[in-house]
Design a protein around this ligand. Structure first.
Ligand SMILES: Nc1nc2c(ncn2[C@@H]2O[C@H](COP(=O)(O)OP(=O)(O)OP(=O)(O)O)[C@@H](O)[C@H]2O)c(=O)[nH]1
Length: 223
């Protein structure tokens, strides 16, 4: 990566700093944003954190922390806004560190840049193949810059069909035009992360039950 890496505490909603009700633990969600250069990864991140679209974002790779409260539960979002590396052999490659860190991924392309859609295709493939991230880790594919319809080179249909075939969720949005679409993307990913964790927990407890039952019956058979 060419850029500098900065860890920032960007945004904390004060009202969310209230004491938790004891029953509900704070949920931490590590979200990784990937995609080619200039597709709007930083625009999406900044929109989510500040509700604003500021136009220019610079070339800094950052991890932002943001605390929110959703349905009465405190959520700590950590958002890794990655930088698409320049002058490197395989710029679409994803580091093991990024994959190990992330609970879920948002893959962004621009609807008016076909090559950025190809990068997303490659990155989905790389993530699904990697052993650093579980096979069913949630991925959301986002077609950004929906406001630039007259420059569109990737149809909604194509984006949607690819996402479906890769078992990913799909959104088309404009970070420039609305906050709502961006919010939906992050909230959907949070829901998927929660579902994946619940599933993992269920599998672990089923394995525990199977182990206990096998131990009991194995013992009985031996007697
Ligand atoms: N029209 C339009 N422009 C957008 C939108 N989102 C981002 N942009 C613009 O696209 C350019 C790139 O946005 P960034 O958010 O910096 O893109 P990035 O993917 O983070 O780019 P890198 O830092 O190079 O990886 C900027 O000029 C933004 O203003 C959008 O929804 N619509």
């Amino acid at each position: 990566m060419t850029g500098q890496m900065v860890v920032q505490v960007k945004s904390n909603s004060n009202h969310c700093r209230k004491a938790m009700d004891g029953n509900q633990q704070k949920l931490v969600a590590n979200i990784l944003l990937l995609g080619a250069e200039n597709v709007g990864k930083s625009a999406l991140t900044v929109r989510f954190l500040t509700r604003r679209f500021i136009g220019e974002y610079g070339d800094i790779e950052s991890i932002y922390s943001h605390i929110d409260k959703i349905d009465g539960r405190e959520i700590s979002f950590n958002i890794w806004d990655s930088l698409y590396p320049q002058n490197c052999v395989a710029p679409e490659s994803i580091s093991d560190k990024q994959l190990q860190w992330a609970d879920g991924v948002i893959l962004v392309y621009s609807i008016c840049d076909r090559s950025s859609f190809e990068v997303v295709r490659q990155q989905v493939h790389l993530i699904r193949q990697s052993r650093k991230m579980s096979a069913n880790a949630p991925i959301i594919i986002v077609g950004n810059k929906r406001d630039l319809q007259h420059q569109r080179t990737v149809s909604s249909e194509e984006g949607r069909l690819f996402a479906l075939s890769a078992d990913c969720s799909f959104f088309e949005i404009s970070a420039a035009e609305t906050y709502h679409g961006v919010l939906l993307v992050f909230h959907e990913l949070l829901e998927l992360i929660k579902e994946t964790r619940a599933l993992k927990k269920a599998v672990v407890s089923i394995r525990g039950i199977v182990r206990t039952v096998s131990a009991v019956f194995g013992k009985k058979r031996a007697e």
